[in-house]
Write a protein of this length. Structure first.
Length: 81
């Protein structure tokens, strides 16, 4: 058996509550320590994605300009509605 027979329901509830509080404190401490690291990683990822999209846009513009120079057609501008 997990608990001796002498333990009352109140003692078991107190033990479970104390365990829950202890686990909560430990998990909270870990979250406080990990939060800056997680935030930093997300910011790095966000910056990397933004750089990648800017590079993609620049490459597309350069490709379009090169294609227009080869064909001799003026560049077209599209309006999005």
């Amino acid at each position: 058996m997990l608990f001796p027979a002498e333990d009352t329901a109140e003692d078991i509830i107190k033990l479970v509550a104390a365990t829950a509080v202890t686990v909560g404190i430990v998990v909270g401490g870990i979250a406080v320590k990990a939060a800056p690291l997680v935030k930093n990683r997300f910011n790095d990822l966000k910056a990397k994605l933004n750089r990648k999209s800017e590079d993609t846009v620049e490459a597309a513009v350069q490709e379009a300009a090169t294609a227009n120079e080869r064909t001799g057609q003026p560049s077209r501008r599209y309006r999005f509605r």
